[in-house]
Design a protein around this ligand. Structure first.
Ligand code: NAD
Ligand code: A1AUG
Length: 541
């Protein structure tokens, strides 16, 4: 036990490495890819620190080369979810009583390991598993995750420092204990950092976790578990199971010790889980915390005063980086008639210059989408546009899954402001543009506000301060992350806390103190130094 107030190192964003030709980091990354490819893995679940293999194996393949075998994972069932809950509850007593500075040290160590010896392997696994190019892997699997660890440690101390006032003669205190029970983390395929953070944030606050990653992210999830172990996270604090989602849910959501859900994924799945928890509410010891970040239909609107080149670049990067598989990816744009053609011509030039292919070739800007299900769904949207009189495809529009799940970045121009692809989340490299009468800016903002169930990210491009002010006010419910003269993607931990409202989630802002607050239960303690010895009020005499 230490009698001191510790100050944690001031968090700073991890610098993004460039991977330029001939750079040391590029050579390390290529060596890590080669090393991973020469050693197909046999991925176990991790329950109570033990590797669990069932023999029921599922093979894993890079999305850009589905004939290539990366290894396989061992599929579990309900019994493994039960075992993971038991392991978590067993680990809980000691972990919940571990001093905060020891918990902080583990996650700060994880950050340093990832910035150093784990970096190339984590990026390489993310490139092979999720078909990210080197830059996209670097900003996700390394930088964003390092930032999550470092900033959350700092935010944790800020949460604990928040204390009430005390009147003379008494001392009021707030203590922030972990939730009573275990946390269930359900994570998406698209960000390695999000998967790790959904487990790490509650664990940092003293909770124990059962983690179910997406099947298509298991290859990089293995490296996350190795990182936690190397950082010294005790066995049982985070338990990773591979199990069919509904089967896992059936065990977890019927368990009396279920204390919280930390979810990122689609809106439909989250709503289903919320309903299940609501139905089972009488079964739990405590009201479960429900935190979910979900889908988006993210927009760019340009005002007639905007700079066309800036808007075009916002579209090209905002819509197509990582094949549009970011919850924040721009997928609808409202362009004013006076500069629409100029913007569209620039976007077409950009898109036609994109190189698409295997991320191991560092000159490829576009890679594959995650799996066949996703490929077919995105192709369905493109086919719908092809067959519609309301829409014209002006760039891309082709797709091919013979070797990998490749979809050309596709730009649709529609005459129907409520066209299907202006309203529904596609989660792929498809951008739909609507050209509005440049003098109907406010009317268009109103339509934009009413077009989608989501409110995740959005951007206004304008050189007119009044137009920026109008859009910022009129669109205040449309986006949890709003950008002025920038693409609506690429939020950085510590700089743009991330999360959306409406159908996009509970807006608890990943990588912020307000998210950490969801994983603690506060107890107020009042201590009176000299207790009263007489019940009478003064006026009673
Ligand atoms: N708002 C954000 O911060 C954010 C970030 C990343 C991704 N997303 C969203 O995630 C989605 C893409 O990710 P995805 O395809 O992995 O999402 P998904 O909803 O298909 O899957 C997410 C997770 O839920 C699990 N799951 C599915 N059905 C389940 C059930 N009935 N019970 C329990 N678990 C179940 C999946 O196996 C996976 O682990 C998009 O909608 C995207 O917008 C949002
Ligand atoms: N930090 C990311 C979150 C993306 C979610 O899929 C971004 O803003 O691009």
């Amino acid at each position: 036990m230490s009698n001191a107030y510790f100050q944690v190192p001031m968090a700073e964003n991890e610098p993004v490495q460039g991977y330029a030709p001939g750079s040391e980091e590029k050579e390390e990354l290529q060596a890590a890819i080669a090393e991973l490819k020469s050693n197909p893995i046999d991925a176990p679940m991790v329950i109570g620190g033990k590797e669990v293999r069932t023999g029921n194996t599922v093979s894993m393949h890079p999305p850009h080369d589905h004939a290539y075998n990366l290894g396989s994972f061992h599929m579990g069932d309900k019994s493994h979810v039960e075992a993971a809950i038991n392991a978590a509850l067993t680990a809980k007593k000691e972990w919940a009583n571990t001093p905060w500075q020891d918990r902080a040290a583990i996650f700060l160590k994880a950050a340093e390991l990832l910035a150093g010896p784990f970096r190339a392997r984590m990026n390489a696994a993310t490139m092979l598993c999720q078909s990210k190019n080197a830059f996209q892997a670097e900003i996700d699997a390394s930088c964003e995750l390092i930032d999550f660890f470092r900033y959350n440690v700092q935010y944790m101390t800020e949460v604990y420092a928040e204390q009430p006032e005390s009147a003379p003669g008494i001392w009021n205190r707030l203590e922030y204990r972990p939730l009573e029970g275990f946390i269930f983390a359900i994570t998406p395929f698209n960000f390695t950092s999000i998967a790790a953070n959904l487990c790490a944030a509650p664990a940092m606050m003293g909770n124990v976790v059962v983690w179910k990653p997406s099947d298509t992210q298991i290859y990089s999830a293995q490296v996350i578990m190795d990182l936690f172990k190397a950082a010294g996270l005790p066995d049982g604090v985070i338990n990773m199971v591979y199990c069919d989602g509904p089967a896992a849910g059936d065990v977890v959501f019927n368990h009396p010790d279920f204390a919280g859900l930390h979810f990122t994924g689609s809106t439909a799945v989250f709503k289903h889980l919320w309903k299940t928890i609501g139905t089972n509410i009488d079964k739990y010891k405590t009201y479960p915390r429900i935190v979910g970040e979900t889908g988006g239909k993210d927009f760019i609107i340009a005002h007639k005063s905007a700079n066309a080149k800036e808007v075009a670049t916002g579209i090209s990067r905002g819509a197509f980086e990582f094949q549009g598989q970011k919850c924040s990816a721009a997928s609808r744009a409202y362009l004013p008639s006076n500069i629409a053609n100029e913007i569209i011509e620039q976007v077409k030039t950009d898109v036609n210059s994109f190189k698409m292919g295997n991320p191991e070739d560092f000159s490829n800007f576009i890679n594959a989408v995650i799996d066949e299900r996703s490929f077919d769904k995105i192709a369905g949207f493109i086919d719908y546009a092809k067959s519609s009189d309301d829409a014209e495809i002006i760039a891309g529009g082709n797709y091919d899954k013979s070797k990998g799940y490749f979809i050309e970045p596709t730009v649709i121009v529609t005459k129907n402001v409520k066209f299907k692809t202006m309203c529904e989340e596609i989660f792929g490299p498809v951008m739909t543009i609507y050209i509005y009468d440049a003098d109907k800016f406010e009317e268009t903002l109103e339509i934009l506000d009413q077009t989608s169930e989501y409110a995740l990210t959005g951007a206004i491009f304008s050189t007119c301060r009044y137009a920026i002010g109008t859009a910022t006010k009129m669109l205040e419910n449309c986006a949890g992350n709003f950008y002025i003269n920038d693409k609506p993607t690429g939020a950085v931990v510590g700089q743009q806390p991330f999360g959306g409202a409406r159908g996009s989630g509970t807006n608890d802002k990943a990588g912020a103190a307000m998210n950490l607050l969801r994983w603690v239960s506060a107890r107020t303690i009042k201590e009176t130094f000299v207790p009263a010895t007489n019940y009478r009020y003064p006026f009673l005499g």
